[in-house]
Design a protein around this ligand. Structure first.
Ligand code: MG
Length: 398
């Protein structure tokens, strides 16, 4: 555990004074799993953020699918650009509400580290393959990456983030898994809340993906403006832009519309959440955690509009036949790789083969399956495709 009341340096001390009493404060942090010295020039959450940026899993996000598979086009979001957009939105909200910007950024950049290749199709299939071995959840996998899988430090596994960052990364968790996790899983069993930075990053994620999926969806031609005019949140902003700037190109009109939607959502979130916080007046982060529902939320009106947009995207983009066709292909890649490695672990690269031997001797077939899931989850889209070709294409002699 860190010394709780030791000021780090003048700069971070001033920062701590600026933060709201209910923000995540260095001095109230529940600390790291492995004890470390206090950083000399940074706060604890700055250090968390920096560790995420240097993680191997963070670099791999560049080649992982958000909705469109990486090779489908250079302009679509990847998990990396998505995470950076989430961080931008989270930082704005944190600063406006005197919450901890460094922690919000750390959570935002780390929140998707556990994602498999090929987006949700990949994770659903890996979960299916792992059914008899405890399943696969991407939030839990993100925590596994920062707690165990990164190999950066001589004296401990993972990157040893603070409790507050880990609490934010574990956005959802099944009750079964929560029971195995100890302290960090407790809130799912007690139905209490994480700190405000975790809550805000969760919503920043939603704001980011709904809006960039509109943008990417239009860019790909899978959805169109006439279709989107059925969605009030889009229609209101689009028509205002059209009226004010009738002569600009369609691309600029779309960009200006999306920009405005993000802005009104962020403003709505800050206004509503500030009111919620003023009503409850939590003394500190522990009081925030003991609440039964989140203090960070949209107004009821914005919640309704957001739901309409999500429903539209689900029906028209995520279930578009071209997205589904790619998902079906990805599912086959994941399934075949998993079963081939389970059947013949010798097909794994040497380091993972060694890990399988250890995990199998400790936890039997379940241990073997978990290590193979770690290997597959860590793959980028293009690595998974290349690996699949090497294993199943007889003409591929590499
Ligand atoms: Mg996300």
């Amino acid at each position: 555990m860190q010394p709780l009341d030791q000021p780090v340096n003048k700069k971070t001390e001033t920062m701590q004074d600026w933060l709201a009493p209910y923000a995540a404060l260095d001095k109230l942090s529940l600390g790291r799993q492995y004890e470390e010295d206090t950083p000399a020039y940074r706060g604890e959450f700055q250090r968390d953020r920096d560790r995420v940026i240097h993680a191997t899993a963070f670099r791999r996000l560049e080649y992982k699918t958000q909705v469109f598979v990486n090779h489908e086009g250079d302009l679509f979001r990847t998990r990396l650009t998505h995470s950076i957009e989430v961080a931008q939105i989270a930082r704005t909200i944190a600063r406006a509400m005197h919450l901890n910007e460094d922690l919000s950024e750390a959570i935002a950049l780390a929140h998707d580290l556990g994602h498999t290749p090929f987006g949700h199709a990949g994770q659903d299939e890996l979960n299916h393959c792992m059914k008899e071995y405890g399943g696969f959840e991407h939030n839990l996998q993100s925590l596994r990456v920062v707690d165990l899988l990164e190999e950066k430090y001589a004296s401990f596994p993972g990157i040893n983030l603070t409790y507050e960052a880990r609490e934010g990364i574990l956005k959802h968790c099944s009750l079964h898994n929560a029971k195995q996790l100890g302290e960090i899983g407790q809130r799912f069993l007690e139905k209490t809340m994480p700190g405000l930075e975790a809550q805000l990053t969760n919503i920043a994620d939603e704001i980011a993906y709904n809006n960039h999926d509109v943008d990417d969806g239009l860019r790909s031609g899978l959805i169109t403006i006439p279709q989107l005019l059925d969605v009030p949140l889009f229609k209101e902003q689009y028509e205002e832009v059209k009226q004010k700037y009738p002569d600009i190109t369609e691309r600029r009109t779309i960009n200006e519309t999306v920009r405005r939607i993000i802005n009104i959502q962020v403003v709505d979130l800050i206004t509503t959440s500030t009111n919620n916080i003023n009503n409850v007046n939590p003394e500190n982060i522990f009081a925030v955690r003991s609440c039964q529902k989140p203090l960070l939320s949209f107004s009821d009106e914005m919640k309704g509009k957001n739901l309409q947009l999500k429903k539209f995207l689900r029906q028209n983009l995520y279930k578009h036949y071209r997205v589904m066709r790619m998902s079906a292909k990805s599912t086959r890649v994941i399934r075949k790789l998993f079963h081939a490695f389970m059947e013949t672990p010798r097909l794994l690269p040497e380091d993972f083969y060694q890990k399988v031997i250890i995990s199998k001797s400790e936890h039997g077939e379940t241990g073997q399956a978990r290590t193979i899931a770690d290997y597959i989850a860590g793959m980028t889209d293009r690595y998974a495709i290349a690996e699949y070709d090497k294993m199943f294409d007889v003409k591929n002699l590499t």
